[in-house]
Design a binder for this molecule. Structure first.
Ligand SMILES: *Cc1c(COP(=O)(O)O)cnc(C)c1O
Length: 388
């Protein structure tokens, strides 16, 4: 039975998949059904932090798998408590709620913000400011948080209580805050799905100022840029800001589903038994893998991420067919003269996997991609961009 025809017949038609079935991989190399090799600069959309079937991660996961794979949140398990402690130590946040995806991590942040505002200012202070062009997930509430109409179409009515402002207009923010009774401001410091667009330092500063002045929670959605990808452990650290809530998922589990909502001082005790929960959240196997990932995201690795980022930017700057490169660390968006879709297909044909973000070619290599593979992949991308 063919993988592609079964998928087309029986899997819900929500993805425009590439005509490629990956069967295995090691690190930054993956192989398809015919044994063709690809250098992977997509990492399952910033999920496979250290590539495919990484030895250290694999050992951590399989060791835990042989001990206990799941016990529910009715009991304590060591990986969950250790991971929470490590995340708090590394960020200064105070408590962590674990879930299974980015959308769920954001749902938890939204619930935390609503409960905080309701208790402190009144139940009518439920609005959350998010940014135009943002992406926060696919559930009805995180779709509502997502400031892009294309995602809303056909799914209304969405959860009420979201107000969108332009990241290009820091001045709009205070107006939105004073015209609506607000609980929080939620931002991605680099908009991933929105085209790999970093927030300006001005907007970040203004968001902090408004949060302080109006007692709003500052929520950073670090689902994509978090966990070392920006060249700092979390993206907000590049801006010198201190959020009240940090959400993450994708790269945290290194390939297994794990979401985390980190709660700062103001909201560390916002949840009480019964006010939130998740059957799978904090799963010991996912957490054991995540501990191994987090432990390896040290200063040396982060410096290496920044060096590799510079290498990519310098190689592509001024290259034929390349208009610009945006982003941070190893989350980069390449604006190309040729349509991004064509560049991506040509790269695939030549053995390099890259993906799209709006009309850009998005690069999300593993944080430990060997330099020689990165050089080879960037060379291929350059050739393809310059093709007439
Ligand atoms: C991917 C993503 C999400 C959604 O994560 P899922 O795990 O797909 O639910 C939320 N926010 C950002 C910034 C993302 O990149």
């Amino acid at each position: 039975m063919s993988v592609i025809s079964n998928d087309k017949n029986y899997v819900a038609n929500t993805y425009a998949r590439f005509p490629l079935s990956i069967v295995s991989g090691k690190g930054s190399l993956v192989w398809d059904e015919d044994g063709k090799e690809y250098i992977d600069l997509s990492t399952g959309i910033a999920v496979n932090t250290f590539g495919v079937a990484d030895d250290v991660w694999l050992a951590a996961v399989t060791d835990q798998l042989g001990k206990v794979q799941h016990m529910s949140n009715l009991y304590y398990t060591e990986p969950c408590s250790t991971l929470a402690a490590k995340l708090c130590e590394r960020t200064g946040m105070k408590k962590v709620f674990f879930s299974n995806s980015g959308a769920e991590a954001n749902e938890c942040a939204i619930k935390a913000a609503r409960k905080y505002a309701s208790e402190k200012k009144g139940a009518d202070y439920f609005n959350i400011i998010t940014l135009k062009n943002s992406f926060h997930g696919r559930t009805i509430t995180t779709l509502a948080a997502t400031g892009q109409d294309v995602f809303h179409k056909d799914f209304t009515p969405l959860t009420e209580g979201f107000v969108y402002v332009s990241p290009d207009c820091p001045g709009e923010l205070e107006k939105a805050v004073t015209e609506n009774k607000c609980a929080a401001i939620m931002v991605e410091v680099v908009q991933g799905e929105g085209g790999v667009m970093p927030l300006s330092a001005e907007f970040a500063a203004e968001a902090c100022r408004a949060a302080e002045k109006y007692d709003l929670l500052l929520i950073c959605d670090e689902v994509q840029i978090g966990n070392g990808r920006s060249g700092a452990l979390y993206g907000y650290m590049n801006y010198g800001i201190t959020p009240d809530v940090v959400t993450t998922a994708k790269g945290l589990g290194g390939g297994l589903p794990l979401g985390a909502t980190m709660l700062g001082d103001k909201v560390k005790d916002i949840f009480t038994p019964g006010s939130h929960g998740s059957t799978f959240g904090g799963n010991p196997v996912c957490c054991a893998g995540a501990i191994s990932i987090l432990d390896r995201i040290d200063d040396e690795l982060l410096a290496d991420v920044r060096r590799k980022s510079e290498f990519i930017k310098n190689s592509l700057a001024g290259a034929e067919g390349v208009k610009s490169v945006s982003g941070m660390g190893l989350m980069l968006g390449v604006e190309t003269e040729r349509p991004a879709g064509e560049v991506i297909s040509d790269c695939m044909e030549r053995g390099v996997l890259v993906i799209k973000a709006k009309e850009k070619v998005r690069l999300l290599p593993a944080l430990n991609i060997p330099m020689e593979l990165l050089e080879k992949a960037v060379e291929t991308l350059k050739e393809v961009c310059g093709k007439k």
